[in-house]
Each structure stands twice: as structure tokens, then as C-alpha cells.
Design a protein around this ligand. Structure first.
Ligand SMILES: [Zn+2]
Ligand SMILES: [Zn+2]
Length: 411
């Protein structure tokens, strides 16, 4: 829905009166803070790639790993897709995300800013964001670390601390970057015409990418960022159902099959996700066990079931629990990537524990199925359009929308 948010009110956060979604903070854009964090993140990124981040020794034999070792070993063991996925979300996407932000933040300072180029790359920023998973990777490392200390002497290296720095500076960058202000700075075309409340003289479409409200027909390009405008995401329900059903089908083998095979002193034991959680609890590491239980078992299940509820609501609108369902949608969209913890743990163990009959970790079918569940569920959430649920309800009972809720933010 369309809300009018007052301009230039500092320190105020606006939220949608209908679904309570944040409409963004209203502030004077100060690009120096995100610029600083982006530079710091770029530096940490290069440092993190520069060397090994951990090494272990068993019986005097040494093994070290950098970030790329895990994906490489997964490929060697025949799990090419999982290896590529880990490589993409830990190295490629964080790198692209940082590249986009750095180019944009410094590009808009130029006297003759390359507007077309900057718009073309900044459009990708919101799409790539969830796929840069340095933070999740570090949590996966924490789980792997508890397993490693049980079987070897573990030595942490410089790159690990660079990864922690990268995680912190990327979080600070996300928190301080006002994407609306960037789009405003890139917007050199004619100012968008004011919106008249009667919707006269055209059809109002909010851009999916930069959130500018255009007066246009579906299929035309957004006047600010050139994204093709759509009233609602195309084929949203069919595509989301396809992804949800595929992920549900993979969820079962992901939990039944072992995610890895651990060999210690010539004895090989299969290791399922549930088995790993039981082990963490048995070792007294119950906060970590609880975390993995939530991330690996509960969250994927809750996501798939609530996606199914939302899809049913969109197809057969009952008008009930709309606010709850929309909040759930935002929650699952935010939480989804954290289910990658176990995949990262396997990739780190596979990279390090390579001592033949003494100690060895081999990835297994469950890991591939599990990675599939996480990725396909993220696609399902991405292709669903929560506004479809409200559309159905509005057809039943049309009413005039109230003004946006303004909440004063603590300074
Ligand atoms: Zn809303
Ligand atoms: Zn746009």
C-alpha cells in the first residue's frame, strides 16, 4: 500500500500502518559513515583471503585451511554443487556486495558521476545481500571448532580474526547505509510527480527494487532504477508452491541421511544432523546444541509450513491472521540463511580433517540434500509476494488506509 512519509524529520522511524513493516528511517544522509565501514570491510575481506584461518594437528601431523579449501575438498569428494555454493556465499557474493557498495559510495562523489553504470550495479545490492553469508559461516566455524577440539589441537590464524572484522564491518555497513538516500543521489532525472490520492491519470506501481512509486503500466521500466515494474511478483504463487514442495521433498533425506562420515582410528561413524545435536547436548554444549536444533531442524520446518499457510491464504483469502502471516513472512525471509550453519560446518571439517585412517571426514548425501533445502526455501520466500494475501482481503472489505505510524527513535 502507499503511505505518505513526512520528509526531513530526523531521528524518526516510519512503519506501514497496515503490515507494520518498516518504511525506513528518515534522516539526513551522511555517506561518510557507510563509506568508512565499506573501506574497513574491503580491507578485512582481502586479509581474510590472504592466508589460512585455522590449522589443526593430530599425532604431530599438520593440516591448515583457508576459506577456499573447504569448497575445493567438497568438489574433490564429488559434491561439486555444494562446494560451489559454499564458495559463492562465503567469497564471491560478499566480494560482489562490497564491490557494488564501494563503487556506488565513491562513484556518487564524482563530479561527473557515471549514473547509468552506478544504477545498473546498485540494483543488484538488495538481491545479493542475503547471499553474502560471512556471519553464518563464522557460526558454522564455531560448531566445527567444538568438534575439532575434541579430536585435535586447534590453532587459530590471522585470517579468522579478519573474518570476524569483516562480519562486524559488513553488519555496520548494512546498518548505516540508507539505500533510499543512494537512490536519491543517483536520481538525476525529472522529479517524480506528486501522487494524487484519487489515483487519477494512471496506475501507481511501487518499484520492487528502489521502492519509488511510479505512475506507469506493468512492464514499463522504473524511472529511477530501470527495473521492470510489476504490480505483483510474476507467477508468484505457482513458483513459490513449486519451491516449497521441492524443499519439503528434500527435507526428509536431509535429515535421514548422514551429512558426513567421520573416521577415527579406522572406525567410521555416520553423522546425521540430529545425531550432531544430541552429541552437542551430551557434551554439555547445550546453548550451541539449541542453536543448531533451531537453525537446522526447526527453522526449515517452520519456514516451509508457514510458507504453505501463506500460499493457501493468498489462494483462498480468509482475511484472518493477515498481520501475523505478514510478520511471519518477514521473519522467515530474515532467518532463512542461518540454516546454512551445518553445511558450513561440514565444509570446514572436510577441509581440515584429512589424516587417512587416523582421522578423516567425508561429506555425505545428507549435506547435499540439506544445502538444497536451504537454497530452495530461500528461493520460495523470494518468489512469494505477501501483498497477494492483502489483495484477497481488500477485495472482500475495502476501506481507507490510515496514515503511517511514526515512532520516535532513541537518539
Ligand atoms: Zn505494508
Ligand atoms: Zn526502481
Amino acid at each position: 500500500m502507499i503511505s505518505t512519509v513526512p520528509h526531513n524529520v530526523r531521528g524518526v522511524a516510519a512503519s506501514c500502518p497496515q503490515c507494520t513493516s518498516s518504511l525506513g528511517r528518515i534522516w539526513h544522509p551522511d555517506m561518510r559513515i557507510p563509506r568508512g565501514w565499506a573501506l574497513a570491510a574491503g580491507l578485512f575481506y582481502l586479509l581474510a583471503l590472504a592466508g589460512p584461518f585455522v590449522q589443526i594437528s593430530i599425532f604431530g601431523r599438520l593440516q591448515r585451511a583457508d576459506i577456499a579449501t573447504g569448497p575445493l575438498q567438497l568438489t574433490v569428494q564429488g559434491f561439486d554443487l555444494v562446494g560451489f555454493l559454499v564458495l559463492a556465499v562465503t567469497i564471491i557474493f560478499p566480494g560482489i556486495k562490497l564491490g557494488i557498495v564501494l563503487l556506488t559510495l565513491f562513484g556518487i562523489r564524482l563530479e561527473h558521476q557515471p549514473t547509468r553504470f552506478l544504477k545498473a550495479i546498485f540494483r543488484w545490492y538488495p538481491l545479493i545481500g542475503p547471499w553474502a553469508m560471512v556471519d553464518v559461516y563464522l557460526l558454522g566455524f564455531l560448531v566445527a571448532y567444538t568438534r575439532l577440539t575434541a579430536m585435535a589441537t586447534v590453532h587459530l590464524d590471522l585470517s579468522l580474526f579478519a573474518l570476524v572484522g569483516l562480519m562486524i564491518s559488513m553488519a555496520a555497513l548494512d546498518g548505516s547505509l540508507d539505500t533510499g538516500a543512494i537512490w536519491d543521489a543517483l536520481d538525476t532525472g525529472p522529479a517524480p510527480r506528486p501522487i494524487d490520492a484519487d489515483h487519477r491519470g494512471g496506475h501507481l506501481i511501487g518499484c520492487h527494487c528502489c521502492f519509488l512509486i511510479n505512475r506507469a503500466e506493468p512492464g514499463m521500466a522504473c524511472t529511477r532504477c530501470d527495473t521492470v515494474l510489476r504490480d505483483r511478483k510474476p507467477d508468484s504463487i505457482v513458483r513459490s508452491w513449486a519451491f516449497v514442495i521441492a524443499a519439503m521433498a528434500l527435507y526428509i533425506p536431509a535429515n535421514l541421511y548422514p551429512v558426513m562420515l567421520i573416521t577415527q582410528l579406522a572406525r567410521t561413524t555416520p553423522f546425521t544432523i540430529m545425531g550432531g545435536i544430541v552429541e552437542l547436548f551430551a557434551a554439555g554444549l547445550w546453548p550451541l546444541g539449541l542453536l543448531v536444533l533451531l537453525a537446522s531442524i526447526a527453522i526449515p520446518l517452520v519456514k516451509l509450513l508457514s510458507m504453505a499457510c501463506m500460499l493457501i491464504e493468498a489462494q483462498r483469502p480468509s482475511g484472518r491472521h493477515l498481520l501475523g502471516l505478514t510478520r511471519t513472512y518477514r521473519f522467515v525471509a530474515f532467518i532463512g540463511r542461518w540454516s546454512m550453519i551445518d553445511v558450513f560446518m561440514v565444509s570446514i571439517l572436510v577441509a581440515l580433517v584429512r589424516f587417512g585412517q587416523f582421522a578423516n571426514v567425508q561429506a555425505s548425501t545428507g549435506a547435499a540434500c540439506f544445502a538444497g533445502v536451504v537454497v530452495i526455501t530461500m528461493f520460495a520466500v523470494e518468489s512469494f509476494d505477501p501483498r497477494l494475501m492483502w489483495d484477497g482481503a481488500r477485495e472482500a472489505a475495502p476501506e481507507t488506509p490510515p496514515d503511517p505510524t511514526l515512532i520516535a527513535e532513541p537518539a
